[in-house]
Design a protein around this ligand. Structure first.
Ligand SMILES: NC(=O)c1ccc[n+]([C@@H]2O[C@H](COP(=O)([O-])OP(=O)(O)OC[C@H]3O[C@@H](n4cnc5c(N)ncnc54)[C@H](O)[C@@H]3O)[C@@H](O)[C@H]2O)c1
Ligand SMILES: [Zn+2]
Ligand SMILES: [Zn+2]
Length: 345
């Protein structure tokens, strides 16, 4: 089969690999129909993710058709159409029983990281019964690819942890696919204001189309002042960090209102200053989370009922043969205006 293989920092290639086989009774082999590229794949290619070894097939998102199942799989059979979660979970360990699927002792984020991933014609998915989701008949499968990772991430790490509430004020720093997913799902709760902050005017324009009430370009270093001005000097109830660098976490520290929440989503590679000297008295909460994908069944229902339209995040389409071109397009988002690229296998 064809597969996109990580070759070490800065290296990737489209290679021919053997089709994966069942190794454990809970495994399923899924024939990929659609997959995509995540910002995290770009982090891997930069060499930021030590757990991902050279030779690994990348990708942790996708939809497909069950090709074969291990003897222990009871929920799926060959021919079933499924959504693949970026998080594998056994459903039985102490963390899974608490809903912390991302910390599953034999799963978590392993696909396209510690085991071969979805940017291929086939993928082996461990713990299939509890890590795959049946796709409703007639569903838009491209739209559902957005539910493997970015929608649950924006929603769980940003909106739920950030306690977005009716009439509240929200700021989202970073208008990439994750920040935009937080923007779309924050609107389940009817906040009064959603202020989107980014350096890229094109992405801010998209954010306005997706429901942001205000946008702030932070290139001049005055984002916090402008958010304060937009909120009568108070700041916001929820500040969602969706970039993963010190500068953007600092914006969140500067704009969170007394009693508010900073919900960190970004993956941080370096340490960040925490200004407890200013914040100790502000009754704030800071949350962190690796996406658990516990809300995937709920999000599937919102897509089915058209309360949520994740297809709006798709900007480009490629065949698996063109995946290097797809990486190029996704990796130069400022020029290509790419958000999510769909790859058909
Ligand atoms: N916690 C989790 O489980 C989880 C899961 C998936 C992704 N992530 C992380 O979420 C973050 C966002 O992901 P993404 O795919 O949307 O990334 P992305 O790189 O596509 O988007 C980041 C956005 O931040 C903007 N930005 C960069 N520097 C900025 C600055 N100084 N001020 C304001 N905006 C700035 C960029 O213009 C871009 O639009 C990444 O760190 C990613 O690794 C976390
Ligand atoms: Zn991802
Ligand atoms: Zn588990």
């Amino acid at each position: 089969m064809k597969a996109l293989v990580y070759g070490g920092p800065g290296k990737k290639s489209l290679e021919s690999r053997p089709k994966p086989e069942i190794r454990a009774p809970g495994d399923a082999i899924v024939k990929i129909v659609k997959t995509t590229i995540c910002g995290t794949d770009l982090h891997i290619l930069k060499g930021d993710v030590a757990t991902c070894a050279p030779g690994r097939i990348l990708g942790h998102e996708g939809v497909g058709v069950i090709d074969s199942v291990g003897a222990g799989v009871t929920a799926f059979k060959p021919g079933d159409r499924v959504l693949i979660s970026c998080i594998s979970s056994c459903g039985k360990c102490e963390y899974c029983r608490k809903g912390l699927f991302s910390h599953c002792t034999t799963g978590g984020w392993i696909l396209g990281n510690e085991i071969d991933g979805t940017q291929a014609e086939y993928v082996r998915t461990p713990h299939a019964d509890t890590s795959l989701y049946r796709i409703p008949a007639g569903a838009d499968e491209e739209a559902l690819v957005m539910l493997s990772d970015i929608l649950p991430t924006g929603f769980e790490c940003g909106v739920l942890n950030g306690k977005v509430a009716p009439g509240s004020s929200v700021a989202i720093v970073g208008a990439g696919p994750i920040g935009l997913a937080a923007l779309l799902t924050a609107q389940f709760y009817s906040p009064a204001e959603i202020i989107m902050i980014d350096l890229d005017d094109k992405r801010l324009e998209v954010a306005r189309r997706f429901g942001a009430t205000h946008t702030v370009n932070s290139a001049d270093g005055k984002a916090a002042e402008r958010v304060k001005a937009l909120t009568d000097g108070v700041g916001v109830d929820t500040a969602i960090e969706a970039v993963g660098i010190p500068a953007t976490f600092l914006i969140c520290e500067d704009i969170v209102a007394p009693g508010g929440v900073i919900a960190n989503v970004g993956v941080h590679g370096v340490k960040v200053d925490l200004h407890l000297d200013r914040l100790w008295s502000q009754n704030i909460t800071i949350t962190t989370r690796l996406v658990d994908t516990v809300t995937t069944p709920m999000l599937l229902k919102t897509v089915r009922s058209k309360k949520l339209d994740p297809a709006k995040l798709i900007t480009h389409r490629f065949a698996l043969d063109q995946i290097l071109e797809a990486y190029d397009t996704f990796g130069h988002a400022a020029d290509t205006h790419a958000l999510k690229v769909i790859i058909s296998a």
